[in-house]
Design a protein around this ligand. Structure first.
Ligand SMILES: C[S@@+](CC[C@H](N)C(=O)[O-])C[C@H]1O[C@@H](n2cnc3c(N)ncnc32)[C@H](O)[C@@H]1O
Length: 268
């Protein structure tokens, strides 16, 4: 079992938060005034969030493309009933090159809780910049604590799991930089994006029963499916142990801090 749209569907704490913070900044956007605007969602997952955001947008759009690097997510998204102008595409936003037919195509690039997984934020922003038309706008929200990569980093120190997780050996979450927001601003600038606003949600966190939290993490674990069947149970136990010891904070109720940002920017 690896990245799972069915399991992720049950994760509801973001479904209230993201539409709320999107509404909060809606006045900054100009793309909504354009007739036939074009939008891309990066890391769509099962698509539930995208459809909530689409509900908040004017209906004079030309197209909305939901994209994800995981085939399982795109297959799930394709099966969900939606407006015929909403289509899908497999896309890895951290890839070396963006597909030619997507380049310079969009008035608006949206992404919800995907950028915590990308290995190189600067490269990712550069790719986003390439996808945009001139003056194209962004709304990117994600947690600057990259929980899953941090778990992989811990697993990479254990001999048995190192072959699967070595890419994460030197992982650094944005929050681990001395000046996370300054670093983020530098990345945007280097990618050719003009920062309009970075909103910080330092206290955002989720509280769920422990088994729900473990399932939430499992639904996003893209390495699990590569582990040989015979070692799957041992991997799961190790993964869950790290979540419990390094990610969950026990107060009155177990809690996962999810300090987050929303980035509104524009292509020059
Ligand atoms: C936490 S889910 C968020 C899904 C949805 N945007 C939401 O807010 O409910 C993160 C999604 O990002 C996708 N993802 C991770 N890395 C990616 C990459 N490099 N390119 C595209 N999608 C990626 C994952 O497959 C997953 O579906």
């Amino acid at each position: 079992m690896g990245v799972s749209p069915e399991k992720f569907q049950k994760v509801v704490f973001l479904l209230e938060f993201v539409p709320k913070i999107f509404r909060e900044h809606a006045d900054l956007f100009k793309f909504t005034k354009k007739n036939n605007f074009s939008m891309i969602d990066i890391g769509t997952g099962p698509g539930t969030m995208l459809l909530q955001i689409e509900n908040q947008l004017p209906k004079h759009y030309k197209e909305i493309i939901g994209t994800d690097r995981a085939e399982t997510m795109i297959e799930y998204f394709d099966s969900v009933p939606k407006d015929s102008r909403i289509t899908s595409r497999i896309l890895d936003i951290s890839a070396e090159k963006m597909p030619a037919d997507l380049t310079g195509r969009f008035d608006f690039a949206f992404s919800s809780f995907c950028f915590g997984y990308v290995p190189d934020l600067r490269k990712t922003f550069k790719n986003c910049n390439e996808l945009l038309k001139p003056e194209g706008e962004t709304f990117f929200a994600w947690s600057i604590r990259s929980h899953i990569p941090e778990i992989y980093r811990s697993l990479s120190k254990i001999d048995k799991w190192a072959p699967y997780t070595s890419d994460y050996k030197n992982w650094k979450s944005l929050i681990e930089y001395e000046d996370p927001i300054g670093t983020l601003s530098d990345h945007l600038k280097a990618a050719g994006l003009e920062k309009l606003k970075i909103a910080e949600y330092e206290d955002f966190a989720f509280q769920d029963p422990e088994d729900v939290m473990l399932e939430t993490f499992e639904s996003q674990d893209h390495i699990r499916s590569r582990i040989p069947q015979i070692d799957q149970q041992m991997y799961k136990e190790e993964f869950d142990r790290i979540v419990r010891t390094e990610q969950i904070i026990y107060g009155q109720k177990p809690k996962i801090p999810f300090p987050s940002v929303a980035v509104i920017a524009k292509k020059n």
